[in-house]
Design a protein around this ligand. Structure first.
Ligand code: HEM
Length: 275
């Protein structure tokens, strides 16, 4: 069954003309003297005008309305915000990461120095670096909480299995961001912790040794290892994450969210026929 298109939000709807207002939109001329539109009316008209201009040229409104305005199941609660919180953490990482990349140098002789320079000399550098460092931990906590919510609410079941699988890949990629980012400050702790982590990878069955060689660019950490970690951290993994978040959200919009498991359908016979 096709649901009717949801109405435009109130802020984007034109207000009906007030008594005595000269309604130019319908040909004008009606009633008594024109009243002066308030600043709020003008602002609403302005926004509606811009939205209308864009819509006429892109035809985006049916898509956007279907995507953004939808009914959510009864019982939707704060736990359903964990996915959006993870998304926000990712966006914050992306923005702070862009600024860090403006000053960071992925070269074994320069990396430590450039990272220290960001903290000690660059304007707001310590703040942005701190946000990126703490943000990575926050994102990992949030992604696990979000995964826990979808698991305990049974959201991995039919028809959302594919979204769960996409989520698992996203989880691995987010952890890979943590691993590849940890080497970049290139101090003693980050270097030796990464050596241990890559050696752990190398002990994995079948693909383990190949994966470790790929990460190290050879059998030992060398001068090009940091460039490999940097390009994975900056380009490949975030690119994949963005693409998969797109697919993940498309499926959320297409399938809707799951009702909490403690809510039962009010009319059972509406869901399935009695046998
Ligand atoms: C970058 C990481 C992720 C982002 C940005 C993200 C974002 C979102 C958002 C915004 C929603 C809709 C709101 C909500 O239910 O919270 C959602 C739903 C969902 N997510 Fe994620 N997610 C991520 C990772 C994961 C992971 C790791 C899993 C599981 C392994 C997962 C599985 C699901 C499922 C099954 C749904 C559907 C929920 C339902 O139908 O109620 N997601 N995700």
């Amino acid at each position: 069954m096709r649901l009717p298109t949801p109405p435009l939000p109130k802020a984007l709807r034109r207000s009906p003309p007030r008594p005595g207002e000269n309604d130019r939109r319908n040909g004008g001329g009606g009633g008594g003297p024109a009243t002066k539109p308030t600043a709020k009316d003008q602002a609403v008209e302005g926004v509606a005008g811009v939205v209308g201009w864009l819509d006429e040229r892109t035809g985006a409104s049916p898509f956007l309305r279907g995507f953004l305005y939808r009914k959510v199941p009864k019982g939707t609660n704060w736990f359903y915000t964990l996915g959006s919180a993870t998304l926000f953490a990712f966006l914050s990482q992306a923005v702070t990461g862009v600024f860090l990349a403006m000053y960071y140098e992925p070269d074994p002789t320069r990396a430590y120095e450039s990272a220290s320079r960001i903290t000690n000399e660059v304007f707001l550098g310590e703040f942005v670096r701190g946000m990126h460092r703490w943000g990575s931990t926050v994102m990992i906590i949030l992604i696990f909480l979000h995964m826990g919510r979808t698991f305990f609410f049974g959201a991995y079941k039919y028809p959302r299995e594919l979204n769960w699988v996409i989520g698992v890949v996203l989880l691995v990629l987010v952890l890979l961001m943590g691993l590849t980012g940890y080497l970049l400050p290139f101090d003693q702790r980050s270097f030796w912790a990464t050596v241990v982590a890559v050696n752990l990878n190398a002990s994995g069955p079948i693909v383990g040794p190949y994966l470790a060689d790929f990460l190290r660019v050879g059998s030992e950490f060398g001068p090009t290892t940091i460039a490999r970690f940097y390009s994975l951290h900056m380009l490949l993994v975030p690119g994949l994450i963005i693409a998969l978040i797109g697919a993940h959200l498309y499926l959320v919009a297409k399938l809707g969210t799951t009702a909490p498991p403690w809510l039962k359908a009010e009319k059972k016979d509406l869901l399935r026929e009695e046998v």
